[in-house]
Write a new protein. Structure first.
Length: 273
């Protein structure tokens, strides 16, 4: 049986307002067994958006967090809300959080603050967004330094989502117990550096995602991305590793379940949903 898990999708976004349920149905028909609905939304005021989707669909999990773009908008009340939301049963991770030096929508120092400590208290792994400024690795340098200083001790690990860094950064994250997740941009013609890194990441530490509605993979590039397209990420990884798309799907699904410590009974129930 062909099985895929989309470990990172923004299904709450307006791009899906017209056909959200149909999009989810297409994913299931394509073999997507699980979807992680990222709960950063548009920042304060929408922090439960991933949970809302997860509570409507047994096969969807949720995260919570404030994206680095909206970090400057966060108030004490928002952090209190996140602490409450972290206790909801479908929440499996905190994020996406991290550093975005490409757009700099929020001051860099503000992007670095607060949420790792909240995730530590909640005992949740973190989902990291890391995008450097053009022609630089500055965000990766800062991000890995912060993780090594402040995230090693809890042993909770996390996911470096939509990874675009080089192998040395991936290795540092792996040493901290992180998974490395690859998105549709691994299929882009000019993304050879991502493919080079993907070859070196251990199979047991790899996840796949869409980052829907962004980064639609070849052959859908230029269109709205959606979870059904995650198989194209698996196809590209398979070509790099000499495996079939189906083998990559199963392998990365196993990685997902293992990382989040889902039991066999949980998995059997999920398959009946």
């Amino acid at each position: 049986m062909t099985v895929f898990i989309d470990s990172h999708a923004h299904l709450e976004m307006r791009q899906f307002d017209a056909d959200r349920e149909q999009t989810i149905a297409r994913a299931r028909e394509s073999g997507v067994e699980r979807i992680v609905a990222i709960g950063s939304g548009t920042g304060p005021g929408s922090l439960d958006c991933g949970i809302e989707l997860a509570e409507q669909h047994e096969f969807i999990y949720a995260t919570i967090g404030i994206h680095p773009h909206e970090a400057k908008l966060a108030t004490h009340a928002d952090f209190q809300e996140l602490e409450r939301l972290a206790k909801r049963p479908k929440v499996i991770a905190w994020g996406e959080i991290g550093l975005d030096y490409f757009y700099d929508h929020s001051p860099r120092e503000v992007q670095k603050e607060k949420q790792m400590e909240l995730a530590r208290v909640a005992k949740l792994p973190i989902v990291i967004h890391c995008r450097p400024s053009e022609g630089s690795n500055n965000a990766f340098d800062d991000c890995l330094q912060l993780l090594e200083q402040h995230w090693k001790s809890p042993g909770l690990g996390g996911i470096l989502h939509c990874f675009t860094g080089t192998w040395p950064y991936a290795k540092r994250a792996l040493d901290l117990g992180f998974m490395i997740s690859f998105a549709g941009n691994i299929t882009f013609p000019k993304a050879q550096s991502i493919r080079d890194t993907a070859r070196d990441v251990p199979p047991e530490s790899t996840l796949i995602e869409t980052d829907s509605p962004f980064l639609a993979p070849v052959p859908y590039r230029g269109k709205r991305n959606e979870p059904a397209f995650v198989k194209e990420v698996a196809r590209q990884l398979g070509e790099l590793r000499g495996l079939s798309m189906e083998e990559i799907g199963r392998q990365t699904a196993d990685n997902f379940y293992n990382f989040f410590k889902l039991t066999e009974s949980n998995r059997s129930k999920d398959l009946r949903c």
